[in-house]
Ligand binder design. Structure first.
Ligand SMILES: [Zn+2]
Length: 88
């Protein structure tokens, strides 16, 4: 029997899981990303933490959010650069 590469006890794992942001599915993300993009363009930086966490972990949704942000910025006649930086 080999020991696991990382020594995390089931207890620790459980606590980490509970402490983490509520996990969003890509569908949940898709439903909220329009709002998120609008908020970013409005200058909000710390909104929808669950969605932020999802975008950090999910390259597909992050890419989607970037394209949406650029489109929304163009629509509103705004420069997307600053909001793209907030997107991370
Ligand atoms: Zn996703």
């Amino acid at each position: 029997m080999t020991s696991p590469r990382r020594d995390i006890s089931p207890d620790t794992l459980q606590r980490l899981t509970v402490a983490a942001e509520p996990w969003l599915s890509c569908d949940d993300c898709f439903e909220q990303v329009d709002l998120y993009v609008e908020l970013l363009l409005d200058g909000e930086t710390d909104t929808l933490p669950g969605l932020r966490a999802h975008l950090t972990a999910c390259a597909a949704c992050a890419e989607e959010a970037r394209s949406l942000l650029v489109l929304a910025a163009a629509d509103a006649g705004l420069d997307p650069e600053e909001a793209l930086r907030r997107l991370g």
